[in-house]
Design a protein. Structure first.
Length: 442
């Protein structure tokens, strides 16, 4: 049934406006989305329902069906939906007429966030970083990082890695690996060069080619301004870099005077255990990009962190109207103070990650052509027959579990549950997932 303006007019002549509203509510959920929203929409096609409320690790649609969320806003909701601690702070701030929009003006909310970053994150980890507030998306943080690296070094090219994903704007796309996403740019994406990510080749040392290319003046590889890397490639298929590989990469960059950028947009804020995903490798990147869960509540916010000697921006040289989202400053600060003043969340995440790894290993062992990989609370089930991943996700949705695919051929079912999920909820989701895999592969 499609409800049109003429239908409403007809109802209005014989009944009331509320009757027409009721007809619209009872019409297929896709009607207004299909007629008004662009074809570019994506997730709603995989999960064809209309969500209404969310709490913790759960979403509920307008028909009252509950879904356990192993997607968590693509990693933007590490602390769950409508986290009560963050919600209380946000409501109090709004009721008190706190500043909402401020560009890069100084506000109490921003000051308190910076103090929390200094005292809760930087200090305990002995990190000396300056903080930049770019536009409130991960892609904009990456754009700022690339611009800064080129400005500081005076060099143009940037090395990225196979299967990387860094965003959908032109600069971020230039260091992204996926061919379809790159093609959508419509223009050449120059001044970058991909290198093999850890595990992409069969060679024992996957930095051999990069090392040789940088050492040999006849390799055709110009000395780059920076190398940008994800410690775990989420969109690329949950590809996990070894700590040894990351340390060797950091040393290679240092030896050649190349800036190391770690994109922690999806894997930061505790996703892999530590607050930063690179902590386990014992490295200190020159530049770090954060977004998604740094806002705490799912509110748009991004940060670029960099060593003080790199702070060579002229005032306003990289700016944006919504880089002063004070509501996000509030929830970000409370998230840091509540969850990162001790190691409880990190310990819990590691334990839940190990629990998840064991469950997925059992699934993989039961079916040929199925394997698993991950770290912390990001995991993937890999299918040799790529089409099975999408079928598993579809069946899981029908049974009340949200999971998405990733990887170059969408061959991986990716798990990103909230870090605050309970053990019972985690086990329930893993059980639903195991059932979906059995139905598709058995």
């Amino acid at each position: 049934m499609t409800v049109t303006a003429s239908d409403c007019s007809q109802v209005a002549r014989s009944s009331t406006a509320s009757d027409c509203s009721q007809i619209a509510r009872n019409s297929p959920a896709s009607t207004v989305f299909e007629t008004l929203e662009s074809n570019v929409r994506g997730y709603c096609r995989a999960w064809p329902t209309v969500f209404d409320t969310g709490s913790g690790a759960w979403l509920r649609d307008e028909d009252g069906k509950d879904y356990l969320d192993f997607f968590a806003g693509a990693g933007a909701l590490n602390y769950g939906h409508n986290n009560p601690v963050l919600k209380r702070a946000l409501l109090d701030y709004i009721v008190g007429d706190g500043i909402t929009h401020s560009l890069d003006m100084s506000t109490v909310a921003k000051r308190r966030l910076l103090e929390a970053l200094r005292d809760t994150i930087f200090g305990p980890r002995e990190l000396d970083y300056k903080v930049q507030f770019p536009g409130p998306t991960g892609a904009n943080a990456v754009e700022a990082a690339l611009k800064l690296a080129r400005k500081v070094t005076g060099r143009q090219s940037v090395l990225n890695f196979t299967n990387a994903f860094h965003g959908m704007s032109l600069g971020a796309l230039s260091v992204t690996g996926n061919a379809a996403k790159r093609a959508a740019a419509g223009v050449p994406l120059p001044h970058t060069m991909p290198m093999p990510y850890d595990g992409f080749l069969d060679a024992a040392d996957h930095l051999d080619w990069m090392r040789r290319a940088l050492d040999d003046s006849s390799s055709g590889v110009d000395k780059p301004a920076a190398v940008i890397v994800e410690t775990v490639q989420g969109e690329g298929g949950v590809n996990v870099a070894r700590s040894q590989w990351l340390r060797q990469l950091a040393e290679l960059c240092r030896a050649h005077g190349i800036l190391l950028i770690v994109d922690d947009v999806q894997m930061g804020c505790g996703r892999t255990g530590g607050f930063f995903s690179f902590e386990f490798a014992g490295i200190t990147p020159d530049i770090v990009t954060l977004s998604k869960s740094i806002g705490g509540y799912g509110l748009p916010m991004a940060l670029v962190l960099f060593k003080p000697d790199l702070d060579q921006w002229a005032p306003g040289e990289h700016n944006g109207t919504f880089r002063g989202n004070n509501a996000a400053f509030v929830t970000a600060r409370v998230a840091l103070e509540h969850y990162w003043s001790d190691s409880a969340l990190e310990i819990s995440t590691v334990a839940k990650g190990e629990r998840t790894a064991r469950a997925l290993a059992d699934i993989a062992a039961a079916f040929p052509g199925v394997s698993t990989r991950g770290r912390g609370l990001v995991h993937g089930i890999v299918f040799e027959e790529a089409s099975r991943a999408g079928k598993v996700c579809q069946l899981a949705f029908e049974r009340g579990l949200l999971v998405e695919t990733s990887g170059s051929a969408e061959e991986v079912v990716k798990l990103l549950p909230p870090l605050t999920i309970s053990q019972d909820e985690l086990d329930h989701g893993l059980s639903l997932l195991a059932g979906a895999v059995e139905s598709i592969c058995g």
